[in-house]
Design a binder for this molecule. Structure first.
Ligand SMILES: C[S@@+](CC[C@H](N)C(=O)[O-])C[C@H]1O[C@@H](n2cnc3c(N)ncnc32)[C@H](O)[C@@H]1O
Length: 268
């Protein structure tokens, strides 16, 4: 299996995560560093949060973007008006590019959905020129996703299926402290540096928070969508209770922490 990511609709993805990955993208670009005239590869571009943020840098020469999902590739392509951007369907573990084709390869919120994430890092390293940079960022599912933990911990309290979903979620590949750094070093990247990026996910109300899950987005949405009505009602009420926390429904703001890692391709 090349991907564990559950794709439903591009618009639903944007409400679930795209709105937050757009917010994270500038911080990730700053962490990865970009320079004038560079050719950049966006691995796992989804609906294009990183691709189009990169395109705001007018001095970049070329932006190639790939994603495993044809649905997301079509959505990203439909948004594109920039001749420097090319978007295609491809697998991060078998990138369709020659060795050393790029100055930088970047993956925003992707590696935790690639079962063989080390292979994807090796491929990113292969397609970057000596002296270039490989950079990736994933959420800290165990300790850094306040809003998502409300959902998965509540589901876990209701059923064995919910518990299995939660346990899988918190231990997705590359999300543990130091895990991505170790993988970068094992793939012979040099000057490996890991840091934490923080953002807040701000919701208008419970409906704004819950709609993408109720709509079947992501692995949690897939689980919620398969629940029988007898189970769905009480579970939704319990998640609402955790969201509201005893006060009237309305805006809530949750912290989210991501692990960001970058390494330099060996010049030998
Ligand atoms: C959480 S989304 C992130 C999308 C986008 N980078 C963003 O930040 O909004 C994860 C993405 O990884 C992609 N993906 C998962 N496994 C992949 C693989 N083996 N090759 C390419 N893309 C993959 C999914 O299709 C999905 O678009």
């Amino acid at each position: 299996m090349a991907s564990t990511f559950n794709v439903h609709e591009a618009s639903g993805y944007d409400q679930l995560m795209g709105r937050w990955s757009r917010k994270l993208a500038p911080n990730f670009i700053e962490f990865a560093g970009i320079s004038e005239g560079e050719r950049i590869l966006d691995v796992g571009c989804g609906t294009g949060s990183l691709t189009f943020e990169l395109a705001k840098h007018a001095d970049l020469k070329e932006i190639q973007a790939i994603d495993f999902s044809p649905v997301f590739v079509a959505a990203a392509k439909s948004r594109n008006t920039d001749p420097r951007i090319s978007i295609q369907q491809a697998d991060a573990t078998a990138l369709p590019f020659d060795d050393g084709s790029f100055d930088r390869a970047m993956a925003l919120l992707v590696l935790h959905f690639v079962p063989d994430a080390s292979r994807a890092i090796a491929e990113m390293r292969r397609v970057v020129r000596p002296g270039g940079v490989v950079a990736a960022v994933v959420w800290d599912h165990m300790g850094g996703m306040t809003g998502m933990r409300i959902v998965v911990d509540t589901l876990a309290a209701f059923s064995e299926g919910g518990r299995q979903l939660r346990d899988k979620y918190v231990f997705q590949p590359m999300t543990q402290p130091g895990e991505m750094r170790k993988a970068f070093v094992e793939q012979c990247l040099e000057q490996v540096d890991q840091n934490e990026l923080l953002l807040r996910m701000d919701y208008l109300n419970f409906a704004d928070f819950w709609a993408p899950f109720a709509g079947g987005e992501g692995s949690i949405g897939k689980f919620v969508g398969a629940l029988a009505p007898d189970n769905l009602g009480p579970m939704t009420a319990a998640v609402r209770d955790a969201y509201e926390a005893g006060r009237p429904d309305g805006p809530r703001s949750f912290t989210s922490v991501a692990w960001a890692c970058r390494g330099v391709v060996n010049t030998r």
